[in-house]
Design a protein around this ligand. Structure first.
Ligand code: GCW
Length: 621
């Protein structure tokens, strides 16, 4: 039964309050959207009612208008769990997997699992997330074995009442590993039949199964290119197999080879020639930036460029490169920046949001994915403030026009205000809400500054990706996995020349954007060293030399964290002891880490610039 059963009398706040719940189509409703009025919720589907109810509660609590029509921006609003079947999570910082654990025999399901999955599904439904990929994109073929599919069915049964479908990441070599076939060639009849049988088996158990997510020929994963076939051959074969069941294939564009070719160009070069050749139920899943979830990247040039292919954005909620769950970094601002980036592909206003949500290009399916930050930790995300990122992702997936400010404001009210009166109380608003949202809104820029300012990227420590490592370049390591390949610091300056005179990566963007990035005068300063290699003495907008500006930015980032600490310390009267101390201790660690970043990077870059630290930039300690 749908969790709609929770909508009984009295649930909407006041005991005995009556609400009218109407399931009836209206022209203004799209998909699982809804119409709210103070005494009624109308939707075209039962799950639309559930979303409406959650929105009603949210609006009640934050004090927003109860007259509204709300429709989802994307049909499929999905979490990608990078959970391994042994219970570990790739880039997970909130404990072990909520789905899998290290089991020698067939995986088991307990009542405690079901309870947890129910709470998980309910939390997702409260922000409109309606799908979950249950396993890592670096997929084990074992996920498609009978034992594991039984468990997937159990998860699906618990998630279904909350409007959530399950999806699986599949390993392209599964027919060989599980089916003992001699090949996984997507054009081989035996391989196609193997996938057909597998799909039939899955849909028999899970009729609303969402589909497959595939990382193929990327970072050592198998794929169609192993058989001299293309992404189109691989994706379309799986799409044809899923099509009769209504399933989709999310095929990732995160591809790059072990070469010194500009990595930022590779996905575009590999996928653009195939535009228009993918089936309607294939969606190309594109990371927001052309490299890899860095603290800041320009948008991927594939957005808007693929005009005859469905494209979906992939965000990373888990903070792989942004201080794990230790640093306080609110990602609403990063995603807002990405979604609102203007590709100009259909003229001004062709934002990444509009290029992917069906407004500009016809797409049979629209979707968005966020790499989950969820684990078994009691607070789900490993830190209080990381819950804001799960929340913000869901809210933006539902409405890609929302602002990060509004979402932060909502989240703080819902999370910290003890009751409805407090949320509207000016003492609480001025004393707590304002300083906390201000801190959240500044947090990502602070991190960009103390980690990799002015368009610098990929200068983190190897393996764990936590802490600075701009110097890391052992001979035996692939060059595109070493930071000097990206920052290119030398006696002559710093930055990656991707202009038309350099690798010409700028030319992958629409002309207006390409010109803007190409020209030093118009290139936004936040992307300066992403696109340009400049002398240390180059004068930036502030009038400082590039070297001084880099020093200043690192210092500024560090200083911001000091301010966050002061702000948080002053908020003790408003927060319970446990949350207060948890945040406080994480901020202490963040300050320490920011110092290490600043000192490490500046001392290293100084070996090239040979310039002194400017006034205002504290000498490294
Ligand atoms: O950024 C890299 C991560 C890998 C990840 C990969 C991907 C799942 O370091 O851990 O693998 O991206 O997105 O496939």
């Amino acid at each position: 039964m749908l969790a709609i059963e929770e909508l009984k009398d009295g649930w909407m706040g006041k005991a005995g309050a009556k609400m009218l719940l109407i399931v009836k189509f209206d022209q203004s409703i799209k998909g699982d959207g809804y119409i709210l009025k103070p005494q009624s919720i109308q939707a075209a589907t039962p799950v639309g009612l559930l979303y409406g109810a959650f929105d009603y509660l949210r609006r009640q609590k934050v004090g927003e208008d109860l007259h509204v029509t709300s429709n989802p921006s994307y049909q499929r609003r999905i979490l990608n769990h990078w959970d391994n079947l042994n219970g570990t999570i790739e880039r997970g910082y909130a404990g072990s997997s909520i789905f899998w654990r290290n089991e020698k025999q067939a995986p088991t399901v307990t009542e405690a699992d079901r309870k947890l999955w129910r709470e998980y599904a309910r939390a997702n439904a409260s922000v409109g997330i309606n799908g979950a990929v249950l396993n890592n994109v670096n997929a084990s073929p074992i996920i498609l074995s009978d034992d594991y599919l039984n468990k997937v069915k159990e998860v699906a049964d618990v998630l279904r009442p909350y409007g959530m479908r399950v999806y699986l990441s599949v390993n392209f070599a599964s027919p060989m590993v599980l089916g003992k076939l001699a090949t996984a060639d997507p054009l081989a009849p035996g391989v196609i039949n193997w996938w057909k049988d597998k799909a039939n088996e899955i849909y028999k158990a899970i009729p609303d199964f969402g589909g497959f997510l595939v990382k193929a020929n990327s970072e050592g994963q198998p794929g169609p290119q192993d058989y001299k076939r293309t992404h189109v051959d691989g994706a379309n074969m799986l799409a044809d197999v899923l099509q009769p069941h209504g399933g989709i294939v999310m095929w990732r564009a995160f591809v790059y080879s072990a070469s010194d070719k500009d990595r930022a160009k590779q996905a575009y070069e590999e996928f653009m020639p195939f535009d228009g050749r993918f089936r309607d139920n294939v969606i190309i899943q594109v990371k927001n930036g052309p490299i890899d979830f860095q603290p800041r990247e320009p948008f991927s040039p594939l957005f808007g460029a693929m005009k005859k292919t469905s494209v979906m954005p992939e965000f990373q909620i888990t903070k792989e490169y942004l201080g794990e769950n230790i640093h306080l970094v609110y990602l609403g601002t990063l995603w807002e920046e990405a979604l609102k980036s203007d590709t100009y592909q259909q003229g001004k206003g062709s934002t990444v949001a509009r290029c992917t949500d069906g407004s500009l290009y016809p797409q049979q399916y629209t979707a968005i994915a966020g790499v989950a930050n969820i684990g078994l930790d009691a607070n789900w995300c490993g830190s209080n403030f990381d819950q804001a990122n799960w929340y913000a992702y869901g809210r933006l997936a539902w409405d890609n026009q929302l602002t990060a400010t509004q979402i932060a404001d909502e989240w703080v009210k819902l999370t910290f205000s003890p009751d409805q009166t407090t949320a509207g109380d000016s003492k609480w608003q001025n004393g707590f809400l304002k300083p906390v949202t201000a801190m959240m809104m500044k947090s990502r820029e602070a991190m960009v500054n103390y980690e990799m300012p002015l368009g610098l990227h990929h200068i983190f420590a190897a393996d764990r990706h936590y802490g600075p490592g701009p110097w890391y370049a052992p001979k035996k390591v692939r060059v595109d996995w070493t930071p000097p390949y990206y920052h290119k610091a030398g006696a002559d300056g710093i930055g990656f020349d991707r202009t038309s005179k350099g690798t010409a990566a700028v030319n992958q963007y629409q002309q207006t954007v390409a010109d803007e990035f190409d020209n030093l005068k118009t290139c936004p300063e936040k992307y300066l060293l992403w696109f340009h290699h400049l002398p240390w003495t180059y004068q930036v907008a502030s009038g400082r030399t590039l070297w001084d500006e880099i020093c200043y930015r690192y210092q500024d980032g560090l200083q911001s964290v000091k301010e966050f600490q002061k702000t948080w310390d002053s908020l003790r009267p408003f927060v319970d002891e446990q949350r207060f101390e948890e945040v406080q201790s994480k901020l202490q660690r963040q300050y320490h880490d920011a110092q290490v970043y600043k000192d490490g990077c500046l001392l290293y870059f100084q070996t090239f610039s040979k310039m002194p630290f400017p006034p205002g930039c504290e000498k490294p300690i």
